[in-house]
Design a protein around this ligand. Structure first.
Ligand code: IPE
Ligand code: IPE
Ligand code: MG
Length: 261
């Protein structure tokens, strides 16, 4: 596994204490995050909501770096839901622009750290200039696999399931006798990506908001009151430590060592 903590954790810090509690051979392979609370972070500071989104975009960096260094293989970030189009036009436009700006600045880091970027969501409804930028970054990083960042953009779990059914009907090569969970999952946006082991939601809301409905069937859920812009490496480390204390039973009676994490 690809673990590189040099210069990342300062001696005597809370982060160091947390890393010492971690079993680095049993980390989740896939962490999915509902990055929530940007607006409330800004309101608390009497700033416009967009300042919260700006601060939120900055927070992404530290979590990406943490996952890459620790050896988490997939990090899915819920950045824009299909329902988020209901927000004021100005906020929506700024959100897409922020994402574009973010992507433009990432090239060097993505290449240096061998990070792949993928997108899940209804692609055809993503603003054209953002979609172009996404396609560029996806193509540029296609060969990397140290960490894969999966950006959930214009994403809706229910839409994903409907789109899968559409694909199956359109392809016409899968009859009901051969349709099982595995065959169905091959038609989801997440084909080839393992299900999340750990689902994190920030800002204290206890709901899934239409995120990865199929894939989180057996994910461990971890919720923190911290608003996304304040989420730092100590928070992700705490989530990982708590995750390792859970017993994942998958419906069985005892923990099955063969399941790994
Ligand atoms: C999450 O923060 C970012 C997006 C949904 C794009 P919010 O903007 O939902 O922040 P709150 O929930 O209003 O505080
Ligand atoms: C979920 O947050 C979507 C993202 C984080 C992108 P929302 O703020 O949109 O969810 P609700 O409306 O509180 O359920
Ligand atoms: Mg919210």
């Amino acid at each position: 596994m690809d673990i590189d903590l040099k210069g990342f954790i300062s001696p005597g810090s809370e982060e160091e204490r947390l890393v010492q509690q971690l079993d680095l051979s049993r980390l989740p392979r896939h962490v999915a995050v509902i990055m929530d609370g940007n607006g409330r972070w800004a309101e608390k500071r009497r700033k416009p909501r967009i300042e919260g989104h700006r601060a939120g975009a900055k927070a992404v960096q530290e979590i990406v770096e943490s996952c890459a260094r620790l050896g988490v293989k997939f990090l899915t970030l819920y950045a824009f839901s299909r329902e988020n189009w209901k927000r004021p036009k100005k906020e929506v436009a700024l959100l897409w622009r922020l994402l574009e700006d973010y992507l433009r600045k990432q090239d060097k880091d993505l290449i240096k750290n061998k990070i792949r970027v993928m997108v899940i969501g209804r692609r055809e409804e993503i603003p054209e200039s953002t979609e172009k930028e996404l396609e560029r970054v996806e193509a540029m990083t296609r060969g990397f696999d140290r960490l894969t960042i999966v950006l959930a953009l214009n994403y809706s779990g229910r839409t994903e399931i409907v789109d899968a059914v559409k694909k199956i009907l359109q392809d016409g090569d899968l009859d009901s006798a051969r349709l099982d969970e595995e065959a169905f999952a091959r038609h989801l946006y997440t084909v080839g990506i393992p299900d999340p082991d750990l689902l994190i939601r920030t800002s204290g809301e206890i709901r899934v908001s239409n995120f990865l409905l199929w894939q989180i069937a057996y994910s461990e859920i971890w919720i923190t009151p911290v608003f996304w812009p304040d989420f730092r490496r100590r928070d992700i480390l705490q989530a990982l430590v708590d995750f390792q204390k859970r017993e994942r039973r998958f419906g069985a009676v005892h923990a099955r060592p063969s399941e790994g994490v």
